[in-house]
Design a protein around this ligand. Structure first.
Ligand code: PBG
Length: 326
């Protein structure tokens, strides 16, 4: 059978047809801006490994969030850095903790900006692990079930402060169910959970741990975050979280995990978020600084690729910038 010579190129050669038939869209409505709020900080403290990002004092957090909203970003994701840390991460769940205070300030100043509270203990524990510790077989390990109560408390105090959504990133088993039950018991049935369901033990989180002052003081996170080699397990994680009441399933990191985003999307047809993490941001910023990449084009390509992979929502440090440009 004879094929016409220009089957594909006819629609590529003209910008109007390209726009008409583009399969993937990217708009500000898809973006979430992560922000770091530090207790007691006046002004902002730039993060060396994330050029363009900073730890923010409360006032700066409001200013930065206003900028995001002004650019069209509908939601921010908050990480708190407390003044004091202890073994049980007790400052994570205090009604007057830094994130809870930040949520209150944002809801008062910017009522139509949605605020998502990250729920995890690693910024609040002095050992830097995402849960409470116990001794088991002569080793210090993260105590799954003891951690659930603290996480649930944190989710409830954040939602009581006005958080519009909570996002548990700790990777304990059963946390989504524990948080859902606690929210419901507190009358917070309307607050959705965005679960970091497939969160891998990745080296791409390095710069974030500088930003959030949360590197583990011993060992690593492979006892609770997913093994890089696994994909079926991501499907089982997502299934469990949906069953426990997750509203949105997150895959993290994003760039090396397009296969996981697509697989989870195709398997569940549920809302999926991709977290374009700190190390992915840092790589592009570093290469752009060296003059090795066309920064804006690469950012657009990255964000579009995540949408094409099946992400409904993209959490990215470029959210404000990308929303403003388009
Ligand atoms: C906390 C948490 C981490 C990130 C989001 N929540 C770090 C980690 O698990 O060590 C990483 C985000 C990023 O790298 O941008 N558990």
């Amino acid at each position: 059978m004879a094929f016409p010579e220009q089957r594909f190129r006819r629609l590529r050669d003209h910008a109007v047809w390209r726009e008409m038939v583009a399969e993937t869209s990217l708009g500000p409505q898809h973006l979430v801006q992560p922000l770091f709020v530090k207790e007691g900080l006046k002004g902002r403290q730039p993060i060396a490994s994330m050029p363009g990002q900073a730890q923010l004092g409360l006032e700066e957090l409001v200013a930065e969030s206003r900028r995001a909203r002004g650019a069209g970003v509908p939601a921010v994701l908050l990480f708190g850095i407390p003044r004091a840390k202890d073994a049980s991460g007790s400052s994570a769940a205090r009604p007057d903790g830094i994130v809870q205070k930040a949520v209150r300030a944002l809801k008062a100043e910017l009522p139509d900006l949605a605020v998502i509270a990250d729920v995890c203990l690693c910024e609040y524990t002095d050992h830097g692990h995402c849960g409470l510790l116990k001794e088991a077989g002569g080793r210090r390990v993260v105590d799954n079930d003891a951690t659930l109560a603290r996480l649930a408390e944190m989710a409830v105090t954040c939602a009581q402060a006005g958080a519009d959504m909570v996002a548990p990133s700790d990777m304990m088993d059963g946390r989504v169910g524990a948080i859902r039950r606690a929210l419901d018991a507190a009358g917070l049935t309307h607050v959705p959970i965005m679960s970091y369901a497939a969160k891998y033990a990745s080296s791409f989180y390095g710069p974030f741990r500088d930003a959030a002052e949360s590197p583990p003081q011993f060992g690593d996170r492979r006892g609770y975050q997913m093994d890089l080699r696994n994909s079926d397990e991501a499907v089982r994680e997502a299934a469990a979280d949906l069953e426990e009441g997750a509203d949105i399933i997150m895959v993290k990191p994003a760039l090396a995990y397009g296969d996981i985003i697509r697989r989870i999307k195709d398997t569940f047809r549920a809302p999926v978020a991709a977290y374009n993490v700190s190390g992915e941001y840092a790589m592009v910023e570093a290469a752009a600084r060296a003059g090795w990449l066309a920064r804006q084009d690469v950012i657009r390509e990255i964000l579009l690729s995540l949408r094409r992979a099946g992400a409904d929502i993209i959490i990215t440090y470029w959210a404000t910038e990308a929303a403003g440009k388009r």
